[in-house]
Design a protein around this ligand. Structure first.
Ligand code: ZN
Length: 340
């Protein structure tokens, strides 16, 4: 639940909240980290209130789960625990914690989103026990609460009132044994929002499967665009004619940092048909995209042992993947004639 008017106080509460139902549209909150700040990273240290048992779990959330490339292919600030670090983690009850006091049932809260002096509080005595100390029905997983607070301070993420499989930013978290009670890493819509804000960590990596609600989306995700062209479209038999093209995310201002991204390490399929035929030979050839900037794939074709004029038409096809929709290139004709 966000307290009205208090932009620095973000609370996770067990109190019932009015559902402002909305789709998991990527939406920012507070202040984002600059690219320079993301590169520099963020150090934190323990307040004296943090007990020894809690530290490995908080470190796991901030340094392993948050940064896991298998669950989060977004650029993100790197957290590092360090004596005298700029940010602070607390373990305390509400007394004296102004940012948390607005909700009597808070489990965790955070302030200073997007600054190196961020603070995260975890509640020393929640109404039900922490699962790491007492694995009973109704307990709270401290890492589930921790990844939510990390989303606030590190991800520029606002609350999102959808399912636990979409996000860890639900205002009211799941507790054991509800679905999602033990989730320790970002979910697909959290990743989607961070990718739009900060870009992907690796161009060759995956896109989040939660772009089906932003303006300008495709049938299931972001539109892709595959182009195909040939600098030379006619030559003699035996000579190679080369198709070149680029597979990318569509250029669209709604796509934020992802707009126009090259899509390396994907497969582009090439369909072929004789000029004048309606029937394509599907997947006649394929080629892997690479890291080129203006073009990121090329494929050379040749025809031998023929006479007269032979023209084949080609089209390139990206079949799409999670978070990215398919596309076909325009048709390009290649002609061979006369012996070399
Ligand atoms: Zn929250």
């Amino acid at each position: 639940m966000r307290v009205a008017g208090a932009l620095t106080a973000l609370l996770l509460s067990i109190a019932a909240v009015p559902a402002d139902a909305h789709n998991p549209t990527p939406a920012p909150y507070g202040r984002s980290w600059s690219i320079t700040e993301v590169s520099a990273g963020s150090t934190y240290d323990w307040d004296a209130s943090v007990p020894a048992w809690l530290k490995p779990y908080v470190q796991d959330v901030l340094q392993t789960q948050w940064a896991s490339s298998t669950t989060n292919n977004s650029k993100h600030v790197v957290f590092r625990q360090q004596a005298g670090g700029s940010a602070t983690v607390y373990f305390t009850n509400s007394t004296g914690v102004a940012a948390c006091n607005n909700l009597p049932g808070w489990l965790g809260c955070a302030s200073g989103a997007g600054s190196t002096a961020w603070k995260i509080w975890l509640r020393r005595s929640p109404g039900q026990p922490w699962c790491q100390l007492n694995l009973v029905s109704g307990c709270w997983d401290v890492e589930r609460i921790g990844i939510h607070e990390t989303g606030h301070i590190g991800g520029f993420l606002d609350h999102m009132d959808t399912s636990e499989s979409d996000t860890v930013m639900t205002p009211v978290p799941a507790n054991r044994p509800e679905s999602g009670w033990s989730t320790h890493h970002l979910q697909r819509c959290d990743e989607a929002r961070m990718q739009i804000l900060y870009d992907v960590a690796s161009l060759a990596g995956g896109y989040a499967n939660c772009f089906d609600h932003i303006p300008g989306h495709g049938p299931t995700g972001l539109y892709s665009v595959v182009s195909a062209a040939a600098p030379l479209t006619a030559d003699c038999y035996g000579a190679g004619l080369t198709l070149t093209g680029r597979l990318s995310v569509k250029t669209d201002s709604n796509y934020g940092a992802l707009s126009g991204n090259s899509l390396p390490s994907r497969t582009v399929f090439l369909d072929r048909r004789p000029m004048g035929s309606a029937a394509w030979m599907i997947d006649y050839a394929s080629v892997a995209t690479d890291g080129g900037s203006s073009t990121n794939w090329s494929r050379t074709f040749s025809v031998s042992g023929s006479s007269g004029v032979t023209t084949y038409e080609f089209r390139a096809h990206f079949k799409g993947e999670s978070g990215l929709d398919a596309d076909y290139s325009p048709v390009v004709g290649l002609t061979w004639s006369n012996p070399c």
